[in-house]
Design a protein around this ligand. Sequence first.
Ligand SMILES: [Zn+2]
Ligand SMILES: [Zn+2]
Length: 377
Amino acid sequence: MSAGTLPRSTRAAVMHAYGEPLRIEEVPLPRELEAGALLVSIEATTLCGTDAHLWDGRLAGFIPVAMPMIHGHEMVGRVVAFGPGARLDAVGRPVAVGDRVVWSEAVCGHCHPCSVLGETVHCEHRALGFLQAADVAPYATGGLSEHVYVVPGAQRLVVDDVVEDTWAAAAGCAVKTMLRAFRQGGGVAPGSSVVVQGAGPLGLFATAYARAAGAGTVITIGGPEARLEVARAWGADHVVSVDQVVDADARVAAVMELTGGRGAELVLDLAGAPTANREGVLMCARRGAYVVVGIAGPGAEAIPMPVVMGRELRVVGSMNGDVGDLALSLEFLARHRGTFDWNLMFDAPVGLDGATGALAAMASLQTIKPVIAPAMG
Ligand SMILES: [Zn+2]
Ligand SMILES: [Zn+2]
């Protein structure tokens, strides 16, 4: 497509104020594509809890929001046009117009974390597309838009045909964040016990991953019941409902009973509740690992350091994921599509005009993973 035939603007759902309905507007697109940039048409965007909490204002102050903004950082699109440069993905595969791609947050490749640590999630210039103001070039980088501009530093991957749009989209945040958490925790030892704190998208994918990775006992803690149903379907041996077992120490006791009094070799906080880290550490077996992914926020209970010392625990953090985690996520979803019905997680798609309702439903836990197909209307 020559520059003269590129679309000049795109329909998008735009947030102008916290908690108010998104406005469907025409947003400009850059006149020219920079070297290494892409223009894609979005097939599907899945919403993440972060989107819902950015919209309802709960994250105001934690994450800098430049209004007007376009939500959406889990998406998959088809390539419409390329900027100058090699038409290859992050692992060297050719990319053609019409191919489905996913992409990472933009990273620079030159800073200390990128070059010396080799850890691009810590890139000093890491750029999240949804933090782009919609009235400043390149305008449309969030997923609630028919067309999206993929900046040069965003590492892209061609998506295999067997990976459905919704799965590929969810790989962009939920699945890659979950996979990195297991890597940070040292993986799943064969036959070991794994506790997953949280039954949102991350917790549910973690339940499936622990099962697939050879855990002996998988325990998922969370709610509401509809989510625990998915946890059971995706391999949880036991679920602990936070609505039924409301006391944190009672949840610790339940895990101890389910693990023969030993606790779990690996416990992952994918919940981010104020009591989660204290109780999660208490659920760990001797020599176990505790991985912190959730942000407990103000009022979080302290973790008991004598327990960390006495049981020789490893307590590690894990933040989002890089393009490697994204690539492994696509592989995981493809490889286990016959074992786990990934579609249990996803709502039926709605158009951009359904995005506000989807954000509200997500914020109130009425749904697990809303799907927006911008071309639907
Ligand atoms: Zn960097
Ligand atoms: Zn997210």
